[in-house]
Design a binder for this molecule. Structure first.
Ligand code: ADP
Length: 325
């Protein structure tokens, strides 16, 4: 392998820049070329490339987002689109890829490899922590810290006004952000898709905490949670009708959760995964995703990573239940 192409694709996450930096510097260390591909698969199809050397990635380890930009690219879902991308890579002399992205981006790389036999290694970049084969995805820790910081601020105003806040956090299919940040921020209740609390239990819990003298409450809701059959706004109305003692508000945190400087944890994780990705390619491996388990950097076949599901931490659910006494 003489030239590795690196790109970020799909939803961005903090730590992607640190991962690009690690890939570029490992290539420099191993004395092979590295080509940056702008805008994920879209830039690959367009041939939007930039040669990267060790100095090209100065001062980015601390930056959120991705300087190579990211995109969603419908054209890459077609064989014709993938053929164009392959032709561009060939004429640029790229003979292996490192893809940094979520399960969609990894699925794309897997199909690309099956069709065109180009070796690749994946790095799981997503704040949702929903990829099998790694205890932590890149950006999850930063997103948790962002959410906790935001909820701390909401708590200040909630307690000054005896308010109940429903705080919606990201997580379309999984409740990892909601559960972890909820425990970290001391939420009263946490609503996640994996655990069916039910409306009655939520109401009971809020009544109980009111009776025990709590003046304000924070309920963290994963955006994909429908276990109560209601979204945050409907929950607000429901609680106002059935528990009129609280002044209820809704706060949807939204895209701020994806931004910001990566935490030290994410920077270290990105650096380790970036090194592993390049080393694996040079060892002749392909079709694996770098991950972390028991503080070791491991490789999992992408075919397994995209099929498997992550499990919600049951112990953390128990801890959360005990904390809301
Ligand atoms: P994420 O990587 O964050 O999960 P997406 O699911 O949007 O984000 O995937 C990012 C891009 O990866 C898509 O826009 C598309 O270009 C490519 N991709 C995703 N799934 C496939 C697939 N099954 N076949 C080919 N390309 C895919």
């Amino acid at each position: 392998i003489k030239k590795i192409g690196v790109f970020t694709s799909g939803g961005d996450s903090p730590g992607m820049n640190a991962a690009i930096r690690a890939v570029v510097r490992t290539c420099a260390y191993m004395e092979i070329d590295c080509l940056g591909i702008y805008r994920g698969y879209e830039g690959m199809i367009d041939g939007d490339f930039i040669p990267l050397n060790a100095r090209s990635v100065n001062n980015i380890i601390n930056k959120g987002g991705t300087f190579l930009k990211s995109a969603r690219c419908p054209e890459f879902r077609t064989p014709e689109g993938r053929q164009k991308a392959f032709d561009q890579l060939q004429s640029a002399g790229v003979d292996a890829l490192v893809v940094i992205g979520g399960d969609g981006s990894l699925s794309g790389a897997e199909i690309f490899h099956a069709e065109h036999n180009i070796p690749y290694i994946g790095i799981p970049g997503t704040i949702d922590n929903d990829i099998f084969g790694t205890r932590y995805t890149l950006g999850f820790d930063t997103a948790l810290n962002t959410v906790v910081e935001a909820i701390d601020k909401i708590r200040d105003t909630a307690s000054s006004h005896h308010r109940l806040f429903f705080v919606e956090v990201m997580g379309r299919d999984v409740g990892h952000i909601a559960l972890n940040a909820g425990v970290g921020a001391g939420a009263e209740e946490i609503l996640i898709p994996e655990e069916d609390l039910g409306l009655d239990r939520l109401l009971d819990s809020l009544k109980r905490s009111k009776a025990r003298g709590k003046s304000s409450s924070i309920v963290v809701v994963a955006e994909g949670d429908r276990t109560t059959g209601k979204n945050v706004y409907e929950l607000k109305e429901y609680v106002e009708q059935h528990l009129p003692v609280y002044d209820v508000r809704v706060c949807v945190l939204g895209h701020m959760q994806r931004g910001g400087a990566p935490t030290c944890f994410d920077r270290v994780l990105a650096s380790r995964m970036g090194v592993k990705a390049v080393e694996a390619l040079l060892e002749g491996k392909t079709g694996f995703m770098a991950g972390i388990r028991d503080n070791d950097i491991i490789l999992t076949p992408v075919s397994e990573a995209i099929k498997g599901h992550t499990k919600i931490d049951k112990e953390l659910i128990r801890v959360s239940d005990i904390m809301t006494i």
